[in-house]
Write a protein that binds this ligand. Structure first.
Ligand code: PGA
Length: 254
């Protein structure tokens, strides 16, 4: 953790969730009690189809919502796309961009991710820019270099601590139950902070929330969240279970 930064736990529901699953969000809201609220911020990123209703259901809970992706474009003839302004209009405060599933399955380059992050910022959403190496890259000793290159290519120029979040999500840890060691996370998050210092200046970089994501569970959350420069979590699978998501939030609230 970084003492001066309030941690954020964001749930990425991915392509999961029908109306009935808003019960999960409601249960999270019930568990986000007076002890947790000052200690950790929460956000839920449901599928776009549920964004408006989820935001409405969470009014008064202080739990924010976010999109999972946005278009690089503002509006127009882009069938199937959703703009950052539309997400904001539906109530979102955040937008995940450059998730490895987008980079891998949809061929998103660093330049695309940067354009999406800029589009999000223009709509006053805070982009959660995802970076992370593959297993092959880690085994080849290239993890740090890969992530630094992703940052250089994906982080919007002139971002501030209030307009940028970075999530380190090793691709091999997503949905696999595998996690890096605390030492590896510490090394990577320190390197991310240092690279952000080069890109944005030391003072800005010092305030940017750096989330860890990839198989975060109640059983490993405390260890991961205790690592220096880890300012919260981006949670996939476990965010679909209210009790697990809340347990992760409690582990962050230290
Ligand atoms: P996971 O996913 O927690 O299910 O590993 C994390 C993510 O993809 O953001």
């Amino acid at each position: 953790m970084t003492r001066s930064i309030k941690p954020l736990v964001a749930g990425n529901w991915k392509m999961n969730g029908l109306k009935a699953d808003l019960a999960i969000a409601a249960e999270v809201a019930r568990g986000y009690d007076a002890a947790l609220k000052p200690a950790v911020d929460l956000a839920i990123c449901p599928p776009a189809s549920l964004l408006f209703t989820a935001t409405a259901a969470l009014i008064g809970s202080r739990i924010a919502t976010g999109g999972q992706d946005c278009s690089t474009q503002g509006s127009g003839a882009f069938t199937g796309e959703i703009s950052a302004a539309m997400l904001a209009d539906a109530g979102a405060s955040f937008c995940i961009v450059g998730h490895s599933e987008r980079r891998t399955l949809h061929g998103e380059t660093n330049a695309t991710v940067k354009a999406k992050a800029e589009a999000a910022q223009k709509a006053l959403l805070v982009p959660i820019v995802c970076v992370g190496e593959t297993r092959v890259e880690r085994e080849a000793g290239k993890a740090l270099a890969v992530v630094k290159k992703q940052l250089r290519g994906s982080v919007p120029d002139g971002a501030t601590a209030a307009t940028l979040i970075v999530a380190y999500e090793p691709v091999w840890a997503i949905g696999t139950g595998l996690t890096p060691t605390a030492a590896d996370v510490a090394e990577m998050h320190e390197a991310i902070r240092a690279e952000l210092s080069r890109l944005l200046g030391k003072q800005t970089a010092a305030g940017v929330r750096l989330l860890y994501g990839g198989s975060v569970k109640p059983s490993n959350a405390a260890e991961l969240m205790n690592v220096a420069n880890v300012d919260g979590a981006l949670v996939g699978g476990a965010s679909l279970k209210a009790e697990e998501f809340l347990a992760i939030a409690r582990a962050c609230a230290i």
